[in-house]
Design a binder for this molecule. Structure first.
Ligand SMILES: NC(=O)c1ccc[n+]([C@@H]2O[C@H](COP(=O)([O-])OP(=O)(O)OC[C@H]3O[C@@H](n4cnc5c(N)ncnc54)[C@H](O)[C@@H]3O)[C@@H](O)[C@H]2O)c1
Ligand SMILES: [Zn+2]
Length: 327
């Protein structure tokens, strides 16, 4: 069963089905609406109905064809249908190709928050065909690059410089640049996840750099007429986290400016128009999944290429981070 959304299905559904049939598979398709609200138990249930109708048994793979929304939703269904059926990710967005499709986190949203219901469930394999990335809207394309900057900041200084040197090629969808971008990101993420799959040692938690403030910004900007993308909120969240790292005397000012400059260079905003909602942001952060035993945990950058998870965060550092990004 190929699960896709209403935008990706018309573009790549036929190619995927033809390819599966040519390889001797009998395949069906299920199309869901595009957008994060599809990551819901309601859509999980509708897919279960379709799997029952199609008599999907424990040997029949589910294939997610799309971005992070289709991947997270399909992965959760695959983890739970018949206690687990084989699962394949075909990522068609930058966000999914450089981050979401690798690592086995699957989830749907709950009224109390994003990704609250989920499972760790690894795909059998991940396919990222960079040719599909050319049909992305410019906004979705750029938003996904935030996760690539994140990987570079927490793990790989040379890859950060690569972004600075290759920004034009990436933004022009150059085939070699996109191939190198995806490959390098998958290596970094797979290296981290293979050492700390369940986020118990603190290593995988580094992937949350920019995401504590970022998630709060995302949920407030989701209510705007033109909602922000996940990556757009993470970009502003990383600028805030870099500022916090400077105030906490971990990171030098010049490196924080380099991070903000690269984010801007790749077409992402370094501020969020939420100055009037500072208290709301702080209370959203308190309810974030990353709160452990009531303590706020934050990933701060020590330098470009290395980050550390801290749980002794001073409120004034958070205030300084918010001062930097809220306008
Ligand atoms: N599981 C993880 O580890 C992980 C990591 C990061 C993000 N995520 C999740 O991923 C989701 C965001 O993913 P996303 O940014 O890919 O969003 P998305 O899946 O909503 O895709 C963005 C938009 O692009 C469209 N689209 C997808 N591929 C296309 C293509 N090739 N051409 C044209 N249009 C295309 C989609 O229909 C959608 O409208 C969030 O729900 C986030 O929580 C999960
Ligand atoms: Zn993210």
């Amino acid at each position: 069963m190929v699960i896709t959304d209403e935008n990706v299905g018309p573009l790549y559904g036929k190619t995927a089905m033809d390819s599966l049939r040519a390889a001797g598979f009998e395949a069906a398709t299920f199309v869901v609406p595009a957008g994060d609200s599809t990551k819901s138990l309601e859509w999980v249930s509708r897919i279960y109905d379709a799997l029952a109708d199609a008599r999907i048994d424990r040997t029949s793979p589910l294939i997610a064809l799309g971005g992070g929304v289709v991947g997270d939703l399909t992965g959760f269904v695959a983890a739970t249908w018949l206690r687990g059926v084989p699962f394949v990710q075909c990522a068609t967005t930058i966000e999914a190709g450089v981050d979401a499709s690798v690592g086995g986190k699957t989830a749907v949203n709950h009224a109390s928050g994003k990704n609250m219901i989920g499972a760790f469930y690894q795909p059998l394999f991940v396919l990222v065909d960079t040719a599909t990335l050319r049909t992305l809207s410019e906004r979705d394309f750029r938003a996904g690059l935030a996760e690539s900057i994140k990987h570079a900041v927490i793990r790989d200084a040379a890859f950060f410089t690569w972004h600075e040197e290759n920004a034009d090629h990436v933004l022009a969808c150059d085939t070699d640049a996109l191939g190198a971008l995806v490959e390098h990101n998958v290596r970094i993420k797979a290296d981290i996840v293979s050492q700390d799959e369940r986020e118990t040692s603190g290593l995988r938690a580094l992937l949350n750099f920019g995401h504590t403030i970022g998630h709060a910004i995302e949920s407030l900007m989701a209510r705007q007429a033109d909602p922000w993308r996940h990556g757009e909120a993470v970009a502003a969240g990383m600028v805030a986290a870099a500022e916090m790292s400077v105030v906490a005397e971990r990171l030098d000012r010049a490196s924080a400016e380099r991070i903000a400059s690269l984010i801007a260079r790749l077409g992402l905003q370094v501020t969020a128009p939420l100055a009037g909602q500072r208290d709301r942001i702080i209370s959203l952060m308190q309810s974030d999944k990353k709160v452990a035993a009531g303590k706020l945990r934050f990933v701060l950058a020590d330098c470009i290429g290395r980050a550390t998870l801290y749980d002794d965060i001073k409120p004034e550092w958070i205030e300084a981070g918010l001062d930097r990004v809220l306008t």
